[in-house]
Ligand binder design. Structure first.
Ligand SMILES: Cc1cc2nc3c(=O)[nH]c(=O)nc-3n(C[C@H](O)[C@H](O)[C@H](O)COP(=O)(O)O)c2cc1C
Length: 311
């Protein structure tokens, strides 16, 4: 099957062109299956399964439960310092997710394995230069991580970023960063994206692995609570300020371009109790089941599409 056919197939299997973006310590079996059954692409970071044995079990369960639903996808770290890479790739070959999304490294290391069973490889990128590199490495598609995205973020505006990428790439593009409603999904398509990538909207969902405190903070937060800083992990990321304040951070610490030395205390662990979220956090108003979130997205998206046809 050609890449175009695979993308068309992926689109045919969803109700709305959305990928539930992979989130560390948030996306597990329940979220992926709920997303897939609700009619979007479910995705999780392989690192969320604590051991390779657990990852094998997760994949078995997801493949079984997603059967007949939307596609599912795995997010893999591909840099050479990631010790589990080879074992994870073996599981990918066995369980065959429709889509593998690579982060923190080149997509090249997974291409042969994923292409051998007919899957697609998309690479997560934050700049046009990284987008070019990923394409040169053979990626089938790009995830453009734009300003306002939860967790590790890009800093480019989505209008500018996708336009720059479309100058040299006419293949599949996924757009990310503060997309949380049907209008934004439609806007992403209008900009030339094939799918929208949505993380923050699912953090407080019923199927999320996050605990109640984290879900509560996500529900209460507004976009003004989101701060961008490299001080937590060494990479620019968007965090909920109240979680940073609780971990002892001061506003001036946010300016640090390097990871600060704070991880020795229990109360200050990135991702575990310093919580990432994007600027669309205000769209999260309760702990809903994923099926309701997706139904809402489909309703907004379809109504807007119909209104545009009538206009
Ligand atoms: C709490 C959290 C954890 C994340 N963990 C990962 C991860 O493990 N791997 C990854 O590629 N992206 C990760 N991301 C980024 C998302 O996949 C996605 O790019 C982002 O959520 C999109 O922006 P949005 O949150 O504004 O929708 C994470 C984001 C959040 C909010």
């Amino acid at each position: 099957m050609t890449r175009e056919k695979k993308i068309a197939d992926l689109k045919n299997r969803v109700r709305v062109p959305v990928i539930a973006a992979p989130m560390f310590l948030i996306s597990g079996v329940e979220l992926v299956c709920a997303a897939s059954r609700a009619g979007i692409v479910g995705c999780f970071p392989a690192a969320n399964a604590r051991t390779i044995e657990a990852l094998d079990e997760w994949c078995t369960e997801i493949a079984e439960r997603c059967d007949g639903g939307g596609p599912w996808s795995m997010n893999m770290i591909t840099n050479s310092s990631y010790a589990r890479f080879a074992d994870e790739l073996e599981l990918v070959a066995r369980h065959r997710p429709s889509l593998v999304i690579t982060a923190l490294g080149s997509p090249a290391r997974v291409l042969e394995t994923v292409h051998a069973y007919g899957g697609l490889v998309f690479a997560d990128v934050t700049t046009p230069s990284l987008a070019r590199k990923a394409i040169d490495a053979g990626a089938d598609g790009l995830v453009l991580v734009c300003a306002g995205a939860g967790g590790h973020t890009g800093s480019y505006n989505p209008f500018a970023f996708i336009a720059a990428v479309r100058e040299f790439w006419d293949g599949p593009v996924v757009l990310s960063g503060s997309i949380a409603n049907g209008a934004s999904v439609l806007a992403a398509e209008a900009l030339g994206a094939d799918f929208a990538y949505m993380g923050t909207r699912f953090i407080a969902s019923r199927e999320s692995l996050g605990d109640q405190a984290r879900k509560g903070m996500t529900i209460a937060a507004t976009m003004e609570d989101i701060v961008t800083s490299a001080a937590v992990t060494g990479v620019q990321a968007n965090w909920m300020w109240p979680s940073l304040a609780a971990a002892g951070f001061k506003r001036e610490d946010l300016k640090s371009e390097r990871k600060m030395d704070f991880t020795t205390t229990e109360s200050a662990k990135p991702w575990k109790n310093i919580w990432g979220a994007g600027q669309a956090v205000g769209a999260v108003r309760g702990s809903e089941p994923v099926s309701e979130i997706v139904d809402g997205l489909v309703g907004e998206y379809e109504a807007l599409k119909a209104a545009r046809r009538c206009a």
